[in-house]
Design a protein around this ligand. Structure first.
Ligand SMILES: CC(C)(COP(=O)(O)OP(=O)(O)OC[C@H]1O[C@@H](n2cnc3c(N)ncnc32)[C@H](O)[C@@H]1OP(=O)(O)O)[C@@H](O)C(=O)NCCC(=O)NCCS
Length: 170
């Protein structure tokens, strides 16, 4: 078996600018996030840096060499069932990076006594829904018109939940 060329490590505040640049690229590519392009990249990076520095948020990044190719963020660690958001660069999808990032978040939740992780996904994002289902997430709610759009009607979102136990800890 060949070794993957990518690596994963915890996200630090110095990664914020590169993560937000990747977010901007993927927000331009398609309709995957609540966040729509254009947005203020520097302000968004400042908020991410601040959330990481104050430990309100944690995350992991995937790197190909020194290039940022993936990110998973636990948005607010103080939530009982914290919400996550994730993305992988278009050229690197389907190589297990999403699965590996999710494994980090699930292990973190297990080690930190969280009963579950949650997320919201657009119903037509089949790749993401398949990845989440394959990793133990279950659809719990359809939220009609939950995500506002600048140029049209608000979009429905599916809430998915992944139960976590201490056995998920590393
Ligand atoms: C969703 C996303 C993070 C998945 O990352 P990834 O690195 O491609 O995921 P992986 O390679 O680990 O896993 C892909 C899984 O998705 C599924 N999948 C892969 N290609 C698929 C396709 N074309 N259609 C449907 N499902 C697919 C499979 O279940 C696969 O699991 P397997 O490896 O066991 O077969 C990535 O596609 C992405 O960044 N998309 C754009 C941003 C986004 O949608 N973010 C999530 C918002 S809720």
């Amino acid at each position: 078996m060949t070794r993957p060329s990518w690596t994963i490590r915890p996200k630090g505040e110095r990664d914020a600018e590169a993560v937000v640049t990747l977010l901007a690229e993927i927000a331009r590519e398609g309709n995957y996030f609540a966040t729509e392009w254009p947005f203020d990249v520097h302000e968004r990076a400042r908020l991410m840096r601040d959330a990481l520095l104050t430990r309100r948020s944690v995350g992991w990044i995937a790197l190909d060499g020194r290039t940022m190719i993936g990110d998973l963020t636990v948005v607010d660690v103080s939530q009982e069932e914290p919400e996550i958001g994730m993305m992988v660069d278009a050229q690197h999808r389907g190589r297990g990076i999403g699965r590996a990032l999710l494994a980090c978040a699930i292990a973190w939740a297990g080690a930190n006594g969280k009963p579950a992780l949650s997320l919201r996904v657009f119903p037509d994002n089949e790749r993401a829904v398949a990845l989440y289902r394959a990793n133990g997430f279950v659809e719990v709610e359809l939220q009609p018109a939950a995500i506002p759009r600048r140029d049209g009607p608000a979009r429905d979102a599916i809430v998915m939940r992944r139960p976590v136990t201490p056995r998920d800890a590393p």
